[in-house]
Design a protein around this ligand. Structure first.
Ligand SMILES: NC(=O)c1ccc[n+]([C@@H]2O[C@H](COP(=O)([O-])OP(=O)(O)OC[C@H]3O[C@@H](n4cnc5c(N)ncnc54)[C@H](OP(=O)(O)O)[C@@H]3O)[C@@H](O)[C@H]2O)c1
Length: 297
């Protein structure tokens, strides 16, 4: 595949960093932002992305269409893109779903929206948006997953997991259980420690017992005010995946509950550049002050 134009739906934090990396390597990035928030539209402008006036135009022009949205929007968006492809009569295309969805959702998108077309590629992103070309990896699977390797010329690390739809999603969902689980566990314990006035002491003890652990998770906790809602959705997908294979998840629903409670505190300040601001102690203090986990009197 020759990459000249890549369509990204939508320009959230991750879409912003994809756009910047692609643009730096001479690829034109397109998006369609009708119905999107002001902050998403501003991010697109800031990243130098060309906004096209219709979905039909987007799918006509793009060599690759990438879906990077919130997990619950993945199916809806895929259906819109598939309808636009049908409308413009384009049968040859490559659509990468890079969202943290369950393998069942990926299979449903492949079968229902794209009717089993090999142009649908299952994918996931592991690593931070801010470190896209410095340690993050895009895992892909599906009959044409190999073609996504074209992105390597722009600095992306691509790993092909296999030829089946669902392999990349399953990989991400199990991985996400660890990262979100650690965030949830640490937030719960650290807000508890703040309540006892022992926050700095316990952080020091954690560092002595598990060197580097809190530091590794800290920037993900700082991003929770903005991303807790989406991460809670990922835990729903993880729990559903386990249930569909006859396993009863216990940690994933608990993590989901805590992340949802954080999202409901409404402390988010979405950034127009995708940069993360604040530090761990400030964010924990906000959670504490807003009454996270507090039992109503
Ligand atoms: N951020 C990271 O570091 C990171 C790391 C690994 C993987 N990921 C993956 O990347 C994906 C996006 O994460 P993010 O951090 O970029 O989230 P985000 O900052 O919340 O952005 C989500 C974007 O999706 C848009 N959107 C929501 N519903 C949509 C719909 N129905 N149709 C089209 N666009 C829609 C949002 O637009 P509005 O502003 O209008 O709501 C926003 O622009 C997720 O699947 C996540 O798992 C992210």
């Amino acid at each position: 595949m020759i990459l000249r134009r890549v369509a990204i739906l939508s320009i959230g934090e991750m879409g912003y960093h994809w756009s910047q990396l692609l643009t730096r390597h001479g690829i034109e990035v397109l998006t369609y932002s009708k119905g999107r928030s002001e902050v998403t539209r501003k991010r697109a402008e800031n990243a130098g992305v060309r906004s096209v006036p219709s979905m039909a135009r987007l799918v006509s022009e793009a060599d690759l269409i990438v879906s990077i949205v919130v997990p619950l929007a993945a199916k809806r968006l895929a259906a819109k893109v598939a309808a636009a492809l049908a409308k413009v009569g384009r049968a040859e295309y490559l659509y990468l779903d890079a969202n943290a969805i369950s393998p069942m959702t990926a299979a449903e998108i492949g079968n229902a929206a794209f009717q089993g077309s090999p142009g649908f590629v299952d994918g996931c992103i592991i690593g931070s948006a801010t470190k896209l070309d410095k340690g993050a990896t895009i895992y892909v699977s599906g009959p044409r997953a190999d073609e996504i390797k074209a992105l390597e010329s722009c600095g992306f690390a691509i790993r092909v997991l296999g030829t089946e739809i669902g392999q990349a999603s399953a990989f991400k969902i199990v991985y996400a259980g660890l990262t979100k689980g650690l965030q949830g566990l640490l937030v719960e314990l650290l807000v508890g420690a703040r309540n006892f006035g022992l926050l700095r002491e316990i952080l020091q003890r954690y560092e002595e017992s598990f060197p580097g652990l809190v530091d590794k998770v800290a920037s993900s906790i700082v991003a929770l005010p903005v991303h807790a809602g989406r991460r809670a959705e990922e835990m729903i997908e993880l729990a559903q995946t386990f249930r569909s294979h006859g396993l009863r998840p216990i940690m994933a629903p608990a993590t989901q509950k805590l992340l949802k409670a954080i999202a409901e505190l409404n402390t988010a300040h979405p950034s127009e550049t995708g940069r993360r601001e604040g530090d761990l102690l400030d964010v924990l203090e906000q959670f504490f002050q807003k009454g996270l986990m507090r039992v109503p009197a």
